[in-house]
Design a protein around this ligand. Structure first.
Ligand code: C2E
Ligand code: MG
Ligand code: MG
Ligand code: MG
Length: 295
């Protein structure tokens, strides 16, 4: 009996100790990452990659999305999924997001000066940036500093961002839209907003989240959801973009449902800026399979 009790006490003691140190390790890890994130901006460890969006009418590159990459000195390439949440918690997303915006504007202006026929580029905006900065003034300044026409800039915003304070979001988005900046609803379908609520906001495009695209070929429910989103969004006058398209079968399904554009590994991963410019120069296109006849 005594032995058993002692064993249990030891086990639970160890368990407690283990749990504690695991928690401490996690907190310490976060602190290290936060400090590294702070230094990453100053020491130029960030890069912007661009992923093309292509038209499902003719396969041409019609725009792109800017995706942040962190080239960490020892950890290698760190995924935004793992550091954006921390950047948001610590407020570091504000200067990092501003850097992305200014980098994209400067690159676009530079390409235009070189005579490259570039396309609009979408920049992701975090809810924290939207809350804590004067987004309108920031965007105006980023464009004016490099003399870029607003139509070359697109902002990607999520449902949760606009739903935090819808009245304020409507006001700011209307001002951005009036400026000539394009607006995209990002990751549609993952939040709580409905298409009916969306009509209050001046979006140009709606991006269907990858979650509905993954199984679109084999799961009739996902196909029905995607198809319903496409039909309603188009009737609201929105350009519909499918995220995360990886196969020709997905592409065919989406095109049959009336989707306008796609973005995904099927055409290209996010690539460094120069590689994107090379794609534009080469006039790279997605070969579209012939549309089957209906009947
Ligand atoms: P997002 O805005 O929805 O970006 C699309 C994500 O899907 C990107 O992941 C992209 O690389 C990935 N993707 C594109 N096509 C495919 C595909 O065919 N298959 C698969 N499996 N994935 C595909 P990434 O680059 O890891 O970025 C993740 C998220 O991090 C973004 O989701 C966005 O929410 C955030 N993020 C990235 N850059 C920025 C930034 O500059 N600012 C802010 N605030 N957030 C950013
Ligand atoms: Mg996005
Ligand atoms: Mg997205
Ligand atoms: Mg997404």
């Amino acid at each position: 009996h005594a032995e058993t009790a002692l064993g249990q006490a030891q086990t639970s003691g160890k368990h407690h100790l283990y749990f504690d140190s695991a928690l401490n390790a996690e907190v310490a890890d976060k602190l290290v990452l936060e400090e590294e994130l702070r230094q990453a901006l100053e020491t130029r460890q960030f890069a912007v990659h661009l992923q093309p969006k292509v038209s499902l009418r003719d396969g041409a590159i019609v725009s792109a999305e800017a995706l942040l990459r962190w080239n960490h000195p020892t950890r290698g390439l760190v995924s935004p999924a793992s550091f954006i949440p921390l950047a948001e918690d610590t407020g570091l997303i504000v200067p990092i997001g501003e850097w992305v915006l200014r980098t994209v504007c400067a690159q676009e202006a530079d390409w235009l000066k070189q005579g490259l026929r570039t396309v609009p580029v979408g920049v992701n905006l975090s809810a924290v940036q939207f809350r804590e900065t004067r987004v309108l003034e920031l965007v105006q300044d980023a464009l004016a500093t490099v003399g870029l026409a607003p139509g070359y800039l697109e902002l990607e915003l999520t449902e949760s961002l606009i739903m935090q304070d819808p009245a304020e979001a409507v006001r700011i988005l209307n001002a951005l839209r009036a400026l000539g900046v394009r607006l995209s609803m990002d990751d549609f379908g993952t939040g709580y907003s409905s298409l009916a609520q969306l009509k209050r906001f001046p979006f140009d495009a709606l991006k269907i989240d990858r979650a509905f695209i993954i199984d679109i070929v084999h799961n009739p429910e996902d196909a029905a959801i995607a198809s319903a989103i496409i039909t309603m969004a188009r009737r609201l006058g929105l350009t519909v973009v499918a995220e995360g398209v990886e196969t020709v079968e997905q592409l065919c399904e989406l095109r049959a449902a009336g989707c306008d554009e796609m973005q995904g590994y099927l055409f290209s991963r996010p690539v460094p800026l120069e590689e994107f410019a090379a794609m534009l120069r080469a006039g790279k296109r997605l070969p579209l399979p012939p549309m089957p006849h209906r009947g």
